[in-house]
Every structure is written in C-alpha cells, then in structure tokens.
Design a protein around this ligand. Structure first.
Ligand code: NAG
Ligand code: NAG
Ligand code: NAG
Ligand code: NAG
Ligand code: NAG
Length: 330
C-alpha cells in the first residue's frame, strides 16, 4: 500500500440552514522532497489544514491540497491534478498532502479523472476506457487508471489511441534527479506534471495486460514534425527476480534519424535494469552514466544515456533535445 497512509473523511456543512449537502473525502498521501516545478491552481494562507481542505472543496476542479506549516499563517497550495505532493528539501516534515477522493454537492459529485460511479468508487482500466467514458485525455492530461493486474490505481498521461507516457524529461526548468536507487526506479519518482519515471512495477503491470506492447522513445527538439522516434515491437519486462530484464522482437524506425539504442550494437536485450546501487553490468554503467537503464554488459554500456543528466543527451547524436518521452502503445 504505497500511497495510503491515513483515511480522512471531511464532512462540511456550508449552508447556514444546516442542510449538510456538501461532502468530500480526502486521502493523505506522500510528501516527497524533490526539485520540482508544479502547476498550481491556487496559493493562499490558512490557519489550519481543515481550512486548506475547505478551499479545495469549494473548488470542484481542485484535486489535491498541500498544507505547509513552516510559516504563520501557513501556506496552502491547491492543484487540479496529481497524486503526491512535492516540496523542496527539508519542508516535507512540515507539509501535509491531501488527495481529494470525491466532492459532492447538491447537484452531483466530482471525481478525480478516471474515477466514476457512486462516490467515485470505480476506476477505468486504461486510457481507451477513460476516453470512452468522456474524460479529457488530451495531450499530457493526467488520468487515473487501474489495469486489471494492478492492486492500486495510478496516474498516467494518456495520449491518443490509448498510449501511456511512462517517462518524461523536459529540458527546461529545475531538473529532477534520475540518478536513483533500484527501489526508486521500481516505485517511480518525479513529478507527473513535468519530469518523472512512472516506475518499473507500473510499466510491468501495463505490459502484462498484453494489449499494449509497443514502446516508443521520442526525442523532441521543439517541434513535433522534427521529432525523432525509435519504436520497439513486442516489448516485455521480466519480474523482479530477473531484474525487469528488457525484451523486444524488433526495432521499427529509421536508423538514420532515430538510432536503435535498445537492439543496436550495444544492446539492452535480456539485460536487467541497472542502477548505481544494483548494477549488473560489471562496468558500473549506472553510476558512470548517472541514471538507471537497461545497460549492456559492455564498457560502452549503451548507445544513448536516456536517463542520464541532461547535458549527456542534449547535444548528443539527436541534436538539441528539449523533451524526451517514453511511451507504451498498442
Ligand atoms: C457542484 O458540483 C458540480 C460537479 O462537481 C460542479 O460542477 C458545481 O460547480 C458544484 N456547485 C457548487 C455550487 O459548488
Ligand atoms: C529541430 O530539428 C530540425 C531537424 O533536425 C531542425 O531543422 C530544427 O531547426 C530544430 N529545432 C530546434 C529548435 O532546434
Ligand atoms: C520470474 O521470471 C522467471 C523467468 O521467466 C521465472 O522463472 C520465475 O519463476 C519468475 N519469478 C517469480 C517470483 O514470478
Ligand atoms: C539487486 O536487486 C536484487 C533484487 O532486488 C537483489 O536480489 C540483489 O541482491 C541486488 N544486488 C545488489 C548488488 O545489490
Ligand atoms: C550517481 O549517484 C551515485 C551514488 O550517489 C554516485 O556514486 C555517482 O557518481 C552518481 N553519478 C553521476 C554521474 O553523478
């Protein structure tokens, strides 16, 4: 149970006639210390966390509230998307993050994107169902999905055709550190609104359904028409015992514009995922490259340093990269 720390029910009566018509429920979730940029929908000061949640209930589009007690009166940040809250290092002790599970008033209930039904008890299984149910799955919108193999729902960025973005790095603003432990790569890290790695366990759950088994690594330099894309067919990952070993039947693409970094001369086929604290290569590839990846057991490690520091790719063979995305599609 990675996210559920405390269940909190808030019943709020706003009407002075005392008809308790508004009802909302919040779930306390993780506050993660990280470098981040986040798109806030509101920032205000409140004297306690309940007043902060009250502000979130007032706005049906509010999904998440971060209450930080480090100044007086305290800061209350409201967001319209997102799962966990990110704050600068050291502040996590004084901050609390609450996710709104549902919000009901006299006219109806609002649920997080992907949730539906009575008091938002059901969750769509994938991006296609989300779009069928009328959720806004437009470009980079966050939607909760719960694949049939998954115990808990999690947020993904849906794309057209039901594709899901698994990892994203935007080469602007404060960088999220990708030089992380195996455990962090398993669970996921970063900020879904900017840069993140969704987590090996979640990617595996999506792949295990079997319908979506193509992987796309897209490099964007500012315009989609100039994006370079490497595609892989029949992709699967091993289990934890095999180190989430990468497998794919073929590369699809134009090698002259989008090099085959997974099945090329230095390749990821059947290689476990390596991190600085769990490196299977014998060449300390993850520590030297500064990020986790399916590195080859070869002194070259990989033909591209996808999860390495920004400068490693930004002037590399792909030209100047400003947005790097890894996607799973049908
Ligand atoms: C009541 O909830 C609906 C659905 O979430 C929302 O569209 C509407 O703005 C809310 N009305 C008030 C008065 O908050
Ligand atoms: C993106 O790449 C294309 C083709 O390589 C190039 O013509 C264009 O100028 C590049 N754009 C930027 C912003 O670097
Ligand atoms: C992990 O995968 C390997 C290879 O497919 C298999 O032999 C093993 O039983 C699996 N382990 C678990 C715990 O599922
Ligand atoms: C790497 O992780 C695996 C699976 O969690 C574990 O069995 C192994 O001992 C770890 N190896 C190192 C070098 O930490
Ligand atoms: C990645 O982190 C490890 C552990 O902190 C460190 O030893 C290594 O030098 C780092 N790599 C880079 C390229 O920063």
């Amino acid at each position: 149970m990675e996210h559920i720390l405390l269940f909190l029910v808030v019943l709020l009566c706003f009407s002075w006639q005392c008809q308790c018509l508004r009802q909302a429920e919040f779930l306390k979730t993780k506050v993660i210390s990280d470098t981040f940029e986040s798109t806030k929908m509101g920032e205000l000061q409140t004297t306690n966390y309940k007043m902060c949640l009250f502000q979130c209930v007032e706005r049906s589009e509010c999904r998440r509230a971060l209450y930080c007690q480090n100044i007086n009166p305290s800061n209350c940040f409201l967001y319209d998307e997102g799962e966990n809250c990110l704050t600068s290092s050291g502040n996590e002790i004084n901050c609390k993050c609450y996710n709104k599970v549902y919000n009901c008033n006299e006219t109806g209930c609002s649920c997080p994107k992907g949730y539906y039904g009575d008091k938002c008890k059901s969750v769509v299984k994938d991006c296609i169902e989300a779009s069928d149910k009328g959720f806004d799955t437009g470009k980079y919108k966050l939607v909760f999905i719960q694949p049939t193999t998954s115990i808990l729902p999690f947020e993904v960025q849906c794309r057209s055709g039901g594709a899901r973005i698994l990892s994203r790095q935007i080469y602007s603003g404060l960088p999220v550190n990708f030089n992380r432990t195996l455990n962090e790569y398993e669970e996921g890290f970063g900020n879904r609104e900017t840069e993140y790695w969704i987590g090996l366990k979640k990617i595996r759950e999506i792949l295990r359904i079997g319908e979506y088994d193509k992987l796309k690594i897209g490099f964007f330099n500012g315009s989609y028409s100039n994006s370079k894309q490497a595609h892989y067919k029949h992709v699967s990952f091993g289990n934890k015992t095999t180190g989430y070993a990468f497998s794919s039947s073929a590369y699809i693409g134009d090698r002259s514009t989008a090099p085959d970094i997974m099945l090329g001369s230095v390749n990821a086929l059947d290689q476990p995922f390596s991190t600085f604290d769990n490196d299977s290569t014998g060449h300390a590839c993850a520590a030297n490259f500064g990020g986790g990846w399916w590195f080859d057991n070869d002194p070259y490690c990989s033909l591209a340093n996808i999860n390495g520091p920004r400068f490693a790719l930004s002037y590399g063979p792909y030209g100047k990269i400003i947005d790097l995305q890894i996607e799973i599609y049908k």
